[in-house]
Design a protein around this ligand. Structure first.
Ligand code: NAD
Ligand code: TYD
Length: 342
């Protein structure tokens, strides 16, 4: 069995990755290291094969815990662990610096100490800032690093430390930069699951600003496959942009969700814009497609239907979150209460 070390594997994308790799391979054993912050959820992992998946609760900022959990000669570290929500980073940035920057550096040091073969850093298109509303403008791997939110700044800083570990110490590194993910098990603070869960509960759908900001959406399983290919086939030191050429204005996304759930557009509530709100993300994934032989398999209509179906069929999963600390978060950010769910 080939050991790999996945951090943040109890979160949205990490858990989708873990599930996919357990299914698609037979010779890989996963150590899933996750601090179980508000975004980590063991319910995301409860049906996995214990012989090939070992969960370890731990913080990537805790050097001793990382060194204890990471076996010598691990084939790769996949670093998903992060504070991941822009609005939370605007409210308070220091947790983002801790986990996203210091945590990444601690993992890089551990990778060298334990002779890990390859380090895969899961980054984001947001490190490249914002694009104008111009069909010819895309993020490529050569776009300048110009983060605008504290979240994006912390992910950009992490990328710099990954690069430094390679240039200084010769660590074998890969960076992946994906656009906005959607799919099953995404915490309902992000646009799509928040709108689905509010619509299911007949609550207002808060749309920031004029609702015309553009995001480039990708189904989470397509992202997970691209990460695995980048690990298997990527060139050391390179970064790979991942996107499904699926740009949508936020308002269009929100209306599609309401239509799919048979709910009225009158639930939409325009609210104050996010501070420093990036206008448009759009990814040119040609390098990933050409060098890694990857392409997305799930189109937007199918992916959105699948996602909505999952939330409808897993209302307990949503309600466990909505009935907890999330209520305070929601009230603080939106100035609105959400109803207790049954
Ligand atoms: P998420 O918030 O759903 O999950 C993050 C996970 O990391 C949680 O399980 C949490 O418990 C864990 N974690 C947080 N701090 C930790 C710490 N100090 N030590 C150990 N574990 C810790 O996030 P996600 O949406 O699944 O994103 C995963 C990664 O992908 C992040 O690095 C994010 O920057 C990146 N990314 C996300 C998107 C997106 O659209 N969600 C797009 C591109 C890149
Ligand atoms: P989000 O899911 O937070 O991802 P990101 O900011 O990392 O792209 O937000 C996606 C888009 O949706 C972004 O333009 C902000 C907008 N948005 C709203 O309009 N209302 C909301 O309640 C949230 C959470 C996001």
């Amino acid at each position: 069995m080939k050991p790999i070390f996945v951090t943040g594997g109890a979160g949205f994308i990490g858990s989708a990755f873990v599930r996919q790799i357990l299914e698609a391979t037979s010779d890989v054993k996963i150590i899933n290291f996750d601090a179980l912050t508000y975004a980590g959820n063991l319910e995301n992992l409860n049906d996995l094969d214990a012989a090939r998946h070992q969960f370890v609760k731990g913080d990537i900022c805790d050097k001793d815990a990382v060194l204890k959990a990471l076996p010598d000669e691990t084939d790769a570290i996949f670093n998903f662990a992060a504070e991941s929500h822009v609005d939370r980073s605007i409210a308070s940035a220091s947790e983002f610096v801790m986990t996203n920057v210091l945590g990444t550096q601690i993992l890089l040091d551990a990778a060298r100490a334990k002779n890990v073969r390859r380090f895969v850093q899961i980054s984001t298109d947001e490190v490249m800032g914002t694009l104008p509303e111009d069909d010819a403008a895309f993020f490529t791997e050569n776009s300048p690093i110009e983060p605008n939110s504290p979240y994006a700044a912390s992910k950009a800083a992490a990328e710099h430390f990954v690069r430094a570990a390679r240039e200084t110490f010769g660590l074998d590194t890969i960076v992946t930069r994906c656009g906005n993910n959607y799919g099953q098990r995404q915490f309902p603070e992000k646009l799509i699951p928040l709108m689905i869960s509010n619509a299911m509960n007949d609550e207002p759908l808060p749309v920031y600003g004029d609702g015309r900001n553009v995001r480039d959406w990708i189904f989470v399983e397509d992202h997970a496959r691209a990460i695995w290919l980048a690990y298997e086939k990527g060139k050391s030191g390179e970064s790979y942009n991942i996107g499904a050429r699926n740009e949508r204005q936020n308002i269009e996304v929100v209306q599609s969700i309401l239509d799919a759930l048979g709910k009225p557009h009158s639930l939409i509530k325009y609210v104050d814009d996010r501070l420093g709100h990036d206008r448009r993300y759009a990814i040119d994934a040609a390098k990933t497609e050409n060098e890694l032989g990857w392409k997305p398999l799930t189109d937007w209509e199918t992916g959105l239907q699948k996602t909505i179906r999952w939330y409808r069929e897993n209302q307990d999963w949503v309600n466990h979150i909505r009935n907890g600390a999330y209520r305070d978060y929601y009230k603080k950010l939106y100035g609105m209460e959400i109803a207790q769910s049954r």
